[in-house]
Write a protein that binds this ligand. Structure first.
Ligand code: ZN
Length: 468
């Protein structure tokens, strides 16, 4: 049924060693690259997202207003240095390019034909900054998100040129298979995408390994963690926390398991064996990776629960059904945010109704419009760089999108609405969906022309969708 199977994707083997004294990671990475782009490729581009953390980066992962919160101990920088590169076993020149020294450009000795493979071996040294972000260490926890070289997307005759925008999650990549190991001091636990095996080595070190198939990305969080686990629909759900963050760990696990069960029922089954939910030091509320989500340690109460549900919903919208998060960020964010309302609708014991959530999203807009008036741009299909502020981005991609989906459900009815969502999940699984795929799924299930409906919402004048 799916065009992707695990034989027709790239294989990433990554072996890492973490030095806890220096917060430096060394990596040996072999990419058995599969050309799935239907064109000949004379070169292959890998994102070096870690270089956005270097001193002098033009595109920083933080907005100016986030700097103090991101660096409680003062400014700190990181980055990745590629120290060796081989193509099919032969030394190759290391070319760093892109718009912000954020690409490794691997020139191939001859163009790679569609469906052919090439083996690219690289070694690197990654300096982890002291920052509360996707990649960073703080108070003994090490977040390793978007840290290793990962192939970019080739589309419309060129390699995608997006950079590390400070708004949204500027990541966009195809599914692949991973075999990852990380060696650390034995006191550390590694939360990883996929199921982790531990092997004790000599010298007080431990190697943590994980294999996963058909994953878009891979993340690791290191810390002196405790973990509580449970199983739902055969999926192992793990909640990681440290001693000082241990409050509500059973509740957090329980909400995580409820989220997996509810979304399995509503959308279709989560395809991986495990899901790790990690409470960590993080500037924003949470962050999604396939098989692993960050939940910020600063959250509490309802907000803490809402973020767990939202990040877990991203397993369906972003991790399994991919999308271009730079060009159409609303596509996964709207569905993830709307999924939180669906969760509460299914779980009345939390005392929050579906209507509460939708009304709150609508209020958030109204407030935004009141504050910004004519300067409000509510259009949805914009690239991350075209949003005027983080707040405008959140209001449009999360809240407006959730209200749009709620309005659509009223227009086409529950039966067509949920059939469309399930069908979208099933047909776009492991692929990269575009807005028109979601629109087409709703049109097919409802047997209606919804072009005007969506065009009106996408266009974005707030008055056009009514403020009842
Ligand atoms: Zn999100």
């Amino acid at each position: 049924m799916n065009r992707y199977d695990e034989k027709n994707v790239s294989n990433y083997q990554i072996d890492l060693v973490f030095n806890a004294e220096t917060n430096v990671l060394t990596g040996v990475q072999t990419v058995d690259f599969f050309n799935s782009f239907n064109v000949e490729l004379p070169e292959i581009h890998f994102h070096l997202f870690a270089n956005a953390y270097r001193e002098g980066a033009q595109f920083s992962p933080f907005t100016q207003s986030e700097i103090n919160d991101a660096f409680p101990n003062g400014p700190s920088f990181g980055g990745i240095e590629i120290t060796s590169l081989k193509v099919n076993g032969t030394d190759a020149p290391i070319v760093i390019g892109g718009r912000d020294e954020d690409r490794l450009i691997v020139k191939l000795p001859r163009a790679l034909m569609p469906t052919q493979r090439v083996e690219i071996e690289m070694e690197y040294t990654l300096t982890i900054p002291n920052v509360r972000h996707r990649l960073g260490h703080y108070n003994g926890i090490v977040n390793l998100g978007n840290f290793f070289p990962i192939a970019a997307i080739f589309e419309n005759g060129a390699w995608n040129q997006s950079v590390y925008y400070s708004k949204g999650d500027p990541f966009f990549t195809k599914v692949k298979n991973f075999d990852v190991s990380i060696t650390t001091p034995s006191r550390l636990t590694a939360a990883m995408s996929g199921r982790v095996q531990r092997e004790n080595l000599t010298g007080g070190r431990t190697r943590h390994t994980s294999s996963s198939r058909l994953m878009r990305d891979f993340a690791i969080v290191l810390g002196e963690f405790q973990v509580v686990t449970g199983t739902v629909d055969g999926i192992e759900v793990r909640y990681y926390f440290t001693q000082e963050m241990s409050m509500l760990s059973q509740e957090a696990l329980s909400v995580s398991m409820d989220s997996v069960r509810v979304f399995n029922e509503l959308f279709g089954k989560y395809p991986y064996e495990t899901l790790s939910v990690v409470k960590t030091h993080f500037l924003h509320g949470g962050m999604e990776y396939p098989g692993l989500v960050y939940i910020s340690d600063v959250l509490s109460g309802n907000h803490f629960r809402d973020v767990i549900i939202h990040e877990i919903a991203h397993q369906w919208w972003y991790a399994v059904v991919g999308n271009d998060q730079v060009a159409h960020a609303w596509l996964d964010e709207s569905l993830a945010e709307y999924s939180v309302a669906l969760f509460y609708e299914r779980m009345p014991q939390f005392g929050i109704t579906y209507n509460d959530r939708i009304a709150e999203a609508l209020r958030t807009f109204a407030l935004f419009e009141d504050v910004f008036g004519k300067n409000f741009d509510g259009s949805m299909n914009r690239g991350l760089s075209e949003f005027n502020s983080v707040y405008e981005y959140v209001v449009v991609a999360y809240h407006k999108g959730a209200v749009m989906l709620s309005s659509l459900r009223k227009v086409i009815g529950d039966d067509a609405f949920f059939r469309a969502i399930r069908n979208y999940y099933e047909t776009q699984k492991f692929q990269i969906a575009r807005p028109e795929h979601l629109v087409a799924a709703f049109e097919a299930a409802s047997n209606r022309d919804l072009q005007t409906f969506f065009a009106t919402w996408f266009a974005g004048d707030i008055q056009t969708f009514g403020r009842a």
